[in-house]
Design a protein around this ligand. Structure first.
Ligand code: PGA
Length: 258
C-alpha cells in the first residue's frame, strides 16, 4: 500500500515564535491520525527546524525547503544536506518552481541536489509542473517528463524508493486557481506511467505522487478522490493548523472510500 502524504510548505512565512506555535498546534491536532494511512511532513524555514521535535508523532517528519548541491565550504547563504540532517530533518524539497524560477535552476543542477540528498540518506520531495504558457501550448506532458527524467531517472531502483514526486502546475501555485481533478489526475497517471516504464509497475505503484497548487479544504476532496493523487504539498493553506488538519481529514476520508 502506498503512503498518503500531506506536506506543508511554509515558504518564507512565520517568525520563530509563530512557527513553534503553528507546529505545536498541528502536532496536537494530529495525534488522532496515528493509526491512519497518512504521513505528515512539515517544511518550515531552515531557522525553525532545530526547535521542532518531530519525534512527538510517529507519522510526522520535518523537511527543508531546499538544499545546496555542495557538501560544505565557502558557499555563503547556502545550507548543506549535512546541516539539514543535523537539525533532525528527514527530507528535503527539491525543484520547487519558485526556486527554479528565482534562481534559474535547471534540471541538471537539481539532479546534483538529488544525488547529494539521497546519497546522504534524506528522502526527497521532487517538484515538477508546467507553466501556463506550456499548458496553453499543450506541452505539459513533455515538460513534466523532462523535469522528472532528467533529475531522477538516473537513480537506482532502491534510491528511487526515497523519492516523493509533487506535481505542482506553476499557474496554480499561490494563485487561487487549482488544477481540475481531471487535469491533475491525468498528469499524475502520466508520471506514474513514466516511473513504470523506467523502473517497473511495482515501484510506480508504491511511489507517492502529491498534488500542489492552491489546494485547500474546499477543493481537496475532489482532488484526493483521484486514484493517482496520494496527498498534497500545501503552501498557503498549511499556515493555519485547523485548515491543514481539515485537509488531512479529507485525505484520509477520500482514500478510505477508494
Ligand atoms: P500554494 O503553494 O498551496 O500556496 O499554492 C503550494 C506550493 O508552492 O508548494
Amino acid at each position: 500500500m502506498r503512503r498518503n502524504i500531506l506536506a506543508g510548505n511554509w515558504k518564507m512565512n512565520t517568525s520563530l515564535f509563530e512557527g513553534i506555535e503553528l507546529f505545536n498546534s498541528i502536532v496536537e491536532k494530529s495525534y488522532s491520525f496515528s493509526d491512519k494511512n497518512i504521513h505528515f511532513i512539515i517544511a518550515p524555514p531552515y531557522t525553525h527546524l532545530a526547535t521542532m521535535d518531530a519525534n512527538r508523532l510517529i507519522n510526522l517528519s520535518l523537511a527543508a525547503q531546499n538544499c545546496s548541491k555542495n557538501e560544505n565550504g565557502a558557499f555563503t547563504g547556502e545550507i548543506s544536506v549535512d546541516i539539514i540532517k543535523s537539525v533532525g530533518a528527514k527530507a528535503v524539497i527539491i525543484g520547487h518552481s519558485e526556486i527554479r524560477q528565482n534562481f534559474n535552476e535547471k534540471n541538471s543542477s537539481l539532479k546534483e541536489k538529488v544525488d547529494v540528498a539521497i546519497g546522504k540518506g534524506l528522502d526527497i520531495i521532487y517538484c515538477c509542473g508546467e507553466t501556463d504558457k506550456n499548458r496553453n501550448q499543450n506541452d505539459q506532458e513533455s515538460v513534466v517528463e523532462n523535469q522528472v527524467s532528467e533529475a531522477l531517472f538516473h537513480l537506482s531502483y532502491s534510491d528511487f524508493g526515497k523519492v516523493i514526486v509533487a506535481y505542482e502546475p506553476v499557474w496554480a501555485i499561490g494563485t487561487g486557481i487549482t488544477a481540475s481533478p481531471e487535469q491533475a489526475q491525468n498528469i499524475h497517471a502520466f508520471i506514474r506511467g513514466l516511473i513504470s516504464n523506467r523502473f517497473d509497475t511495482s515501484l510506480a505503484n508504491s511511489t507517492s505522487i502529491l498534488y500542489g497548487g492552491s489546494c485547500n479544504s474546499k477543493n481537496a476532496k475532489d482532488l484526493f478522490e483521484c486514484k493517482d493523487i496520494d496527498g498534497g504539498l500545501i503552501g498557503g493553506a498549511s499556515l493555519k493548523a485547523d485548515e491543514f488538519i481539515h485537509i488531512a481529514t479529507t485525505l484520509v476520508a477520500a482514500k478510505d472510500n477508494e
